[in-house]
Write a protein that binds this ligand. Structure first.
Ligand code: AMP
Ligand code: MG
Length: 341
C-alpha cells in the first residue's frame, strides 16, 4: 500500500465503511480508551496474520481480544462457575474499561491469538466508537497500533505517522482518555496476578474480589506467564533517560550549559515553570500535567514522547512518577522505554 491511510471522522458512514473493511479481511485502526488498536476479526486467520505483519510483531506475543459484553466473553473461555463469578464481580466494578482478563480459552479461539497458550486475554473496552464497531463486527483482536517496540499511539495521527503506509483506514475517536494500556489480570492459575499494570490497580481488584491479588512484579526474564512483556518496549528513537526529582541527577550541567541539546520532561507545570522562567531555558523543558495529577500524566505521556522524538534532541530526560495508582503503569512504561539506552 503506497498512499497514507485515511483518517475517518467517527460518523455512521465511517463506521459502516470500517465494519465492511473488517468483514472483507482488512485490519483497521480504532480508538480505545487506553491506546489506539489495530483490529481484525477474531475468526479471520488471514487478517490476524496481517496484524503481526503490519506491526512487525513476533508471533510469540499474543493478542488481546475485545468483546462487547460478558456473554461474548463467556463464549470464548472455558471456565467454571466460581471463576466466572469472579470475572462478573470485576466486570461489574470496572467494565467496560481498561481491565483485561487472562482465562482458560475454548479450543475455538485461534492459536495465533494466544501464541499457542491455553489461555486467552479478553477485555471489554469502554470507548463508544470501538463499542459501536464491536456491536456490528463481533469480537475483535486488537493490539496497540504501533510498530512493535515503538511508543504506543494515543491519537489517530500517531497511527498514520507510524503505520499509515501499511493500512487503509484509521477511525478517529479523539485523544485516548486513559493513555496507557489496560491492566492485565491473570485469573487462570491458583494465584491471581497482575501481568501488566494499568489504570486498575492490584489493590482495587483485591478490594472487589476480597481475595489477595499478586501485585505487578517488574519483568522477570523469560517469564512464561507474560509472553510479550519484554524488558525493552515503548521506546522512542531518541535516547531516553529517567530521573526522580531533578534532571540534574543525570545531566549535572543541564541548566548552565546553553549548548546542551537535551529535553527534560517534568511531571508538573506548576512546579517547573518558575524555575524555567528564571533560567530562560523554555524550549528544552516540557511537562506532563498542570499540577502532577497522575491521570493527566498517563494521558499525555506517549503523545509527548512521540512529539519530542521528532524534535532532534540528543536525548530526552523524563521524571518518573511515584508508584501509586496509575503511576505504577506510567513508571513501568517509562522504564521499558528507557531500557534499550
Ligand atoms: P498489546 O495488545 O500490544 O497491548 O499487548 C498484549 C499483551 O497482552 C501481550 O504482549 C501479552 O503480554 C499479554 N497477553 C495476551 N494474551 C495473553 C495470555 N494468554 N497470557 C498472558 N498474557 C497475555
Ligand atoms: Mg502494545
Amino acid at each position: 500500500m503506497s498512499e497514507l491511510a485515511e483518517i475517518l471522522e467517527p460518523t455512521e458512514d465511517s463506521i459502516v465503511k470500517i465494519v465492511a473493511a473488517l468483514s472483507l479481511g482488512d485490519v483497521v485502526a480504532l480508538p480505545t480508551e487506553t491506546v489506539y488498536g489495530l483490529a481484525a476479526i477474531v475468526g479471520d486467520g488471514t487478517a490476524l496474520r496481517k496484524i503481526f505483519e503490519v506491526k512487525a510483531r513476533p508471533l510469540l506475543d499474543p493478542l488481546i481480544v475485545h468483546v462487547l459484553n460478558l456473554p461474548s466473553l463467556r463464549d470464548l473461555v472455558d471456565v467454571d462457575e466460581k471463576c466466572f463469578d469472579r470475572v462478573r464481580l470485576l466486570a461489574d466494578a470496572f467494565c467496560p474499561g481498561p481491565l483485561t482478563f487472562v482465562l482458560k480459552k475454548k479450543k475455538s479461539v485461534p492459536d495465533i491469538i494466544s501464541a499457542g497458550k491455553k489461555t486467552v486475554a479478553i477485555r471489554m473496552p469502554s470507548h463508544p466508537i470501538f463499542r459501536e464497531v464491536l456491536r456490528r463486527s463481533g469480537p475483535l483482536a486488537a493490539p496497540s497500533a504501533n510498530p512493535f517496540g515503538y511508543v504506543s499511539p494515543t491519537r489517530a495521527e500517531h497511527v498514520r505517522t507510524s503505520m499509515g503506509d501499511k493500512i487503509s483506514h484509521i477511525l478517529d475517536g479523539g485523544p485516548c482518555e486513559v493513555g496507557v494500556e489496560s491492566t492485565i489480570l491473570d485469573l487462570s492459575g491458583k494465584r491471581f496476578s497482575i501481568l501488566r499494570p494499568g489504570a486498575i490497580t492490584a489493590e482495587m481488584i483485591g478490594n472487589v474480589l476480597g481475595e489477595e491479588v499478586e501485585p505487578y512484579r517488574p519483568f522477570v526474564a523469560a517469564d512464561p506467564s507474560a509472553p510479550g512483556m519484554l524488558k525493552q518496549h515503548y521506546s522512542p528513537h531518541t535516547k531516553l533517560r529517567l530521573f526522580q526529582k531533578s534532571v540534574k541527577e543525570i545531566i549535572p550541567d543541564f541548566w548552565e550549559n546553553s549548548t546542551q541539546n537535551s529535553a527534560a520532561i517534568y511531571l508538573s507545570r506548576k512546579e517547573m515553570e518558575p524555575q524555567r522562567m528564571a533560567i530562560g531555558k523554555e524550549k528544552h523543558i516540557f511537562w506532563l500535567s498542570e499540577d502532577g495529577n497522575l491521570n493527566e500524566i498517563a494521558r499525555n505521556m506517549f503523545a509527548l514522547l512521540r512529539q519530542l522524538d521528532t524534535m532532534q534532541f540528543d536525548s530526552i530526560c523524563c521524571q518518573v512518577p511515584k508508584k501509586d495508582g496509575i503511576g505504577i503503569a506510567v513508571g513501568d512504561r517509562l522504564s521499558r522505554a528507557a531500557a534499550k539506552f
